[in-house]
Design a protein around this ligand. Structure first.
Ligand code: HEM
Length: 263
């Protein structure tokens, strides 16, 4: 028997894909399909982002900064789509959301392991976030691996050191599971990069774009949460909008922001 010819439907597993949306509300409520599809699409983009972030790290490890920058451009384009998608969900009014919200029980984007993986690879590492997932689950194993792995920022510092910058061993050998803290010593190096090294300064700017892109998503998400559920608690059990507000405005790469006023 020869294998059947590959078709659009067989290659993309369309039948399986279209069977994955299962509303829980009675009826079901009209808007629940949109809610499910948006979240599933986000998870697919998260998967692609992780794939590309790993690529950026690899290109830096190979001293291929031009290619790393090219991949970063793709990541930024995806982030724009992620932010723009919130417009679609904002067409759902608070009352429309309430028609099915209680059927979500404790489900929340708060429990997205891929979102936490993206945070981890960008340096926002938290053992509490990791421990929320059951031991030996796919999510937990993936997060444990990323918890121990160097972040994109670490790969960048290693690359800068190989480019001839005097990055101190305390940075090159730091514990990569600890959050990134600002460092005046690194800022002096970055100032030199910005002043005299256009190629690497350009790369730094793309990292700032990435940082701003993530912050933009956080801001737009919290505004959407505020207009949809006000100050109610989140289904994930947090303080809702109040919790999310605390996550806004915390930069991923603080040194790249600190140097702006010194340039
Ligand atoms: C009506 C739409 C939405 C509402 C009302 C909403 C509400 C919330 C709330 C209240 C939280 C805080 C955690 C908790 O649940 O207690 C949260 C967290 C989160 N949500 Fe949403 N959300 C919505 C749509 C989305 C979408 C479309 C995504 C895309 C994946 C998403 C991803 C996340 C993520 C990743 C977090 C964790 C953020 C963090 O811990 O920094 N949310 N959401």
């Amino acid at each position: 028997m020869t294998d059947p010819a590959v078709t659009y439907a067989s290659y993309l597993k369309i039948d399986e894909l279209l069977a994955l949306q299962e509303p829980r509300s009675q009826g079901p409520e009209h808007d629940e399909l949109l809610f499910i599809i948006i979240h599933q699409v986000y998870e697919l983009w998260f998967k692609e982002l992780l794939h590309e972030l790993d690529r950026v790290r690899q290109w830096l490890e190979d001293d291929e900064s031009h290619r790393a920058q090219h991949t970063l451009k793709r990541i930024l384009a995806i982030l724009k789509v992620l932010v723009a998608q919130l417009d679609i969900l904002e067409t759902m009014t608070p009352l429309e959301f309430l028609t099915f919200r209680e059927r979500l029980e404790a489900a929340s984007g708060f429990q997205s392991d891929q979102f936490r993986q993206i945070e981890f690879v960008l340096g926002v590492k938290s053992p509490e976030a990791l421990r929320r997932f059951p031991e030996n689950s796919r999510a937990r194993l993936a997060l444990e691996r990323r918890y121990r792995e160097p972040t994109v920022w670490d790969a960048f510092l290693q690359y800068l050191s190989r480019e001839g910058y005097a990055v101190a061993p305390s940075h090159l050998e730091r514990d990569v599971s600890v959050p990134i803290e600002p460092s005046p010593e690194l800022q002096r190096i970055l100032l030199a990069v910005y002043r005299d090294d256009p190629k690497n300064a350009e790369f730094c700017e793309r990292l700032v774009d990435l940082d701003e892109g993530i912050q933009e998503w956080r801001y737009r998400h919290v505004k959407m949460v505020e207009r949809t559920i006000g100050t109610r608690r989140g289904t994930g059990g947090s303080g809702g909008e109040a919790y999310l507000r605390e996550t806004i405005g915390r930069p991923l790469f603080p040194d790249l922001w600190e140097i702006r006023s010194q340039l």
